[in-house]
Design a protein around this ligand. Structure first.
Ligand code: SAM
Length: 306
């Protein structure tokens, strides 16, 4: 994790459990565990997430999982238009009543996975450019991240709170890449911002959390066309099919090639056959993709490179 001033190894200083804010005391509803309802009550963390979301020239933010509106309130003070999505109608109504009235806040009671960004922005009378913020419901972190990466129009920046372990996988790094970090790096640049202890939430989750920002790239950083994208991801999934195995052991089975053919392809791509998927960066995968298609056209079943 990126180091922060006056903190140890990027962790937020823990000042014990923050007091429950009065608006949550008055809520009178039981947080629903099944919907991942752990509300962030640490004011500094709320402020820092909202600040990190700001991008010059962008005044619209889409918030995912607004809950009772702790983060929403911070966003309303910083953006002209806030489109807050919350699946729980009761909480959506609470946030509407508590924060509605002034400014450009629209709270939509909806399942984020059932709608795309364009529909949600349009419903609020907004459009691109926009950014995304969210203290995500952890039970569906990955489908939400995937949806955001593939969304059109894409957010200029996404700042999300996720489980700490997932944050590490999202950011990856030298020798620690994951299928998730590779997928994210195809579309953007992930950065670990800061860690947040379980005590910053009410009720406290069983895991610690961390905040990650993803800045969108205009184009993928590797020469893979949009027609080739699905095949490229097919290769990534093949490589990560058994992440603990060396590539020369995992690829023959998943690609239906002989050990010798895979070994020669890896060598032709300039890759040591004993490497594991986690050691390859996105450019390594792109070179392997091109080499594989040259030497074994059709082995990736989806599409041929043009
Ligand atoms: N933003 C608030 C905060 O920071 O305290 C609440 C965050 S809480 C971790 C996640 C919120 O996402 C919950 O309020 C939950 O009801 C909502 N949620 C869960 N599944 C959702 C979905 N599919 N679509 C939209 N919101 C969802």
């Amino acid at each position: 994790m990126m180091a922060r001033r006056n903190t140890k190894r990027g962790a937020r200083p823990s000042a014990g459990t923050p007091a429950l804010p009065p608006y949550l005391e008055r809520l009178g509803v039981q947080p629903r565990k099944a919907l991942g309802q752990n509300f962030l009550i640490d004011e500094l963390a709320l402020t820092e997430i909202a600040e990190a979301t700001r991008v010059p020239g962008v005044d619209t933010v889409l918030e995912i999982g607004a809950g009772p509106g702790g983060l929403t309130e911070e966003l309303v003070g910083r953006f002209k238009t806030v489109v807050a999505i919350e699946i729980d109608e009761e909480l959506a109504e609470i946030t509407r009543r508590r924060l509605g009235g002034g400014g450009g806040l629209t709270v939509i009671a909806a399942d984020i996975l059932q709608f795309d960004a364009r529909e949600l922005l349009t419903e609020a009378g907004a459009g691109p450019p926009y950014v995304v913020a969210g203290n995500l419901p952890y039970y569906i972190t990955q489908p939400i991240v995937r949806k955001l990466l593939e969304s059109d129009p894409a957010p200029a920046r996404t700042v999300v709170m996720v489980q700490r372990q997932v944050a590490r996988r999202m950011v990856g790094g030298d020798g620690r890449e994951s299928l998730l970090s590779m997928s994210i790096k195809f579309y953007g640049t992930p950065r670990a911002l800061f860690d947040v202890p379980a005590s910053a939430f009410w009720p406290q989750p069983k895991v610690d959390s961390a905040v990650v920002a993803i800045d969108r790239l205009e184009e993928p950083p590797v020469p893979i066309s949009s027609e080739q994208r699905d095949s490229f991801f097919e290769l990534l999934r093949a490589g990560y099919a058994s992440p603990r195995k060396q590539l020369h052991n995992v690829l023959p089975g998943v690609l239906g090639l002989s050990n010798a053919a895979v070994g020669k392809t890896l060598e032709a791509a300039g890759l040591d056959p004993a490497l594991r998927a986690q050691h390859l960066d996105l450019s390594d995968w792109a070179v392997l993709f091109t080499t594989l298609n040259e030497r074994h056209p059709g082995v990736l079943t989806l599409r041929e490179p043009s």
